[in-house]
Design a protein around this ligand. Structure first.
Ligand SMILES: *Cc1c(COP(=O)(O)O)cnc(C)c1O
Length: 393
């Protein structure tokens, strides 16, 4: 059996989405910037996609800017806003658990003289509005808080943060890459000034995303060149990808309740069985404000990578929180921020469910997980030392 439980890393493109995209590779292949019929035809298609997406987010079409994905949108929002508004101040507030696309951009901005405050999170992975209020200074120009976390699924109080920032006159950006398809997004209701999305996280194609920029907000340019995207983001428009993203967002909003119910049933069953049947493990993050597709566990006495490799041998795809950069295995900054120890963070594994998974796969994953954990612990001197040879389960 092959079981894909890494839907927070990427998702399969929906058939319906692929079918919608196909004509724009071959028949209607024009460049929307061209003045002739081929170009005008392509432009009309892109305009339609923009209108559809705007409607789904409760935005205006002129507020939607197409990009290459979540990372580009995050880079653009932070660098653009920071550079545009730096005369009003050089202080930015974000959280300790953001995606690297935000945290690395913040590092760059710090090297340019900006100051960045990273809000802590509780054990449930959520920031507190009190901490945000206390962190605000006279020179705060931008707050960026992710809608939902990619590692342990914590959903942030976005509407409340948005309302607070609006009152204070501070720009509010949210990385909503993990939220799309799972939580209702309404940029008006939630008081969002800028929002990043990426199509491949909700069954659209890779390499396309968007940045919503509320009209009146100036986020400058990230890419210089031609006049595409109202002159703010140069580069020939990726027509099929944009059509695919619009279709994928439409489907995910249309099917959200049904998909969430199906996904949550599998996820809850999985969590219940793992906590009951795998000794010495704990669930990272809380249950109340959590993406329905996410389960993240720390397994004592063993490394996350070992579990990942073991499950992969059984055809099960999961993710370990550690980022393998330059050969070092760094423990997850997100799991650490939620109060885990270094050991717990090293032993953390993310299981992210999707609409194409089944209950049968879920049970198979539990069985294989039990086998893998048991086998790895049988090789662990630490486990034997602490638990004794015979207590091994
Ligand atoms: C995947 C992801 C990104 C990056 O999106 P890409 O389109 O892959 O660049 C950014 N933020 C979060 C929360 C993500 O999960």
């Amino acid at each position: 059996m092959r079981v894909y439980l890494d839907n927070s890393a990427t998702t399969a493109v929906d058939r319906e989405v692929l079918d919608a995209m196909m004509p724009y590779f071959t028949d209607t292949f024009g460049n929307p910037s061209s003045l002739h019929g081929y170009g005008r035809e392509a432009l009309a298609v892109v305009d339609q996609a923009r209108e559809k997406i705007a409607r789904l987010l409760n935005a205006k079409p002129t507020e939607i800017y197409f990009t290459s994905g979540g990372s580009e949108s995050d880079n653009w929002a932070l660098r653009g806003a920071a550079h545009t508004y730096q005369k009003q101040g050089k202080h930015i507030i974000t959280t300790a658990i953001e995606h690297p696309a935000i945290l690395e951009t913040c590092k760059l901005l710090e090297s340019e003289g900006f100051e960045v405050t990273k809000l802590p999170v509780g054990r449930d992975g959520r920031v507190s509005l009190e901490d945000l209020k206390n962190a605000v200074r006279d020179d705060t120009i931008l707050v960026s808080v992710m809608f939902a976390n990619n590692e342990m699924g914590a959903i942030q109080p976005i509407a409340e943060i948005g309302a607070f920032c609006r009152e204070e006159g501070i720009l509010f950006h949210t990385d909503a890459v993990q939220a799309a398809g799972s939580i209702k997004i309404d940029v008006q209701e939630q008081n969002i000034d800028m929002l990043s999305l990426s199509a491949h996280k909700f069954h659209g194609p890779k390499g396309v995303g968007l940045l919503y920029i509320r009209s009146g907000v100036r986020a400058g340019k990230l890419i210089y060149g031609g006049g595409q995207e109202r002159g703010f983001r140069a580069g020939t428009t990726n027509v099929p990808a944009i059509v695919g993203m619009a279709k994928a967002l439409e489907i995910s909003v249309r099917d959200m309740d049904n998909d969430n119910e199906h996904i949550k049933a599998m996820r809850d069953h999985f969590i219940k069985r793992v906590l009951a049947e795998v000794p010495y493990c704990k669930l990272n993050g809380g249950m109340e404000h959590r993406l329905v597709n996410n389960a993240n566990f720390s397994f004592d006495y063993i490394e996350g990578e070992g579990i990942l490799i073991g499950l992969d041998l059984s055809g099960i795809a999961v993710s370990s929180g550690s980022a393998c950069s330059s050969g070092d295995l760094e423990p997850s900054h997100v799991i650490l921020a939620c109060g885990a120890t270094m050991e717990e963070a090293h032993g953390s594994i993310r299981f992210s469910f999707g609409k194409d998974n089944t209950m049968e796969q879920t049970d198979y994953a539990v069985e294989k997980l039990k086998e893998t954990v048991t086998r790895l612990r049988s090789f662990s001197p630490l486990f034997k030392e602490i638990k004794g040879e015979d207590t091994y389960v």
